[in-house]
Design a protein around this ligand. Sequence first.
Ligand code: TXA
Ligand code: MG
Length: 359
Amino acid sequence: MDTIYETIGTNEEKNRQVFAQAGEILRSGGLVAFPTETVYGLGGNALDEEAAAKIYAAKGRPSDNPLIVHIADIEALKVLCSKIPDSAFKLAERFWPGPLTMILKKSAVVPHTTTGGLDTVAIRMPDHPVALDLIRSSGVYVAAPSANLSGRPSPTRAEHVRQDMEGRIDMILDGGSVNIGIESTIIDLTETVPVILRPGYITREMLESVLGTVEIDKAVALGKQSDAPPKAPGMKYRHYAPKGDMVIVEGKNPDKVMECINRMARDKMQNGIRTGILATDETKACYHADCVISVGNRESEISISSHLFDVLRQFDDLGVEYIISESFSRKNVGYAIMNRLLKAAGGKIVNTDESEAER
Ligand code: TXA
Ligand code: MG
């Protein structure tokens, strides 16, 4: 299949034509990738089982991993859900459009193909003009997982989508780089106490300011061991992963962390392993490895979240076999950043304070 590639720019007339064409593709069961404020999504008609099946096929995604339905209008909740708690309206008012996905009981119109067989449905109103214009011009609800091949880091630029999806989908809309760079926070509102199934830019504190107590799914809570499977099926897969092996180094003393990272890199390179270091603007100059890339500035969480997946892809492109990453404070958005880094590293983390104690 030839994939149509269009850039949304400043020419309003051209944009109108592109949205009309993209909307038509979605209405007729095709797939269109588009930017959101979090990551690029791979959209298809959420109420069309065949379109949903095509999404799983294009991504190479297991069909038990449900899709998020994107809406442009709050009224859509009443069509897609069978029971809507007050908390959903409160959260929508505060955070939509925005990087928050709510899990609610699905209505009969939502096919099980879209929900991976579950009786609940994930819904989000994205905060990006291209996403909203696309949903509106299509007139359908748009099921959209991140537009990467399953297992690869989520796409934060149209070029990433092209790398993974060229020839597999009908159209890619290029709306430039995304703003946030990590996927939406997912909150399950079907339990008595709301539960965060995936951390993101909307933090637990922000949710608690609207809802009171909010829990974090045990399988997702950082640093806690749990045998329970995560409630968001997608969180059980090794996700967001670069091709190379990865390890995170943390510790109280930044100099020790740096020393440890340089030592590990030297060992790997001596064994002929192409090694990369995921650094920050503050530390980049202090490292020695085959590739040292800064993910952003420690003063700005968003500079880090917005570049994280891009940097993981850069390591892939550079043929890096082993990545050593700095760690980040788990406060605020840092919690979600560490969640994604830990997933990319398959949970491997070295603590310089502990190795100190062992010596
Ligand atoms: O920011 C985002 O949410 C992006 C953009 C494109 O909107 N989308 C995204 O979709 O990250 P995806 O498919 O890559 O991740 C969706 C996650 C998966 O972990 C999936 O298991 C979970 O949402 N999920 C979807 N429906 C669910 C449900 N009914 N119950 C529990 N988890 C659900
Ligand atoms: Mg994804």
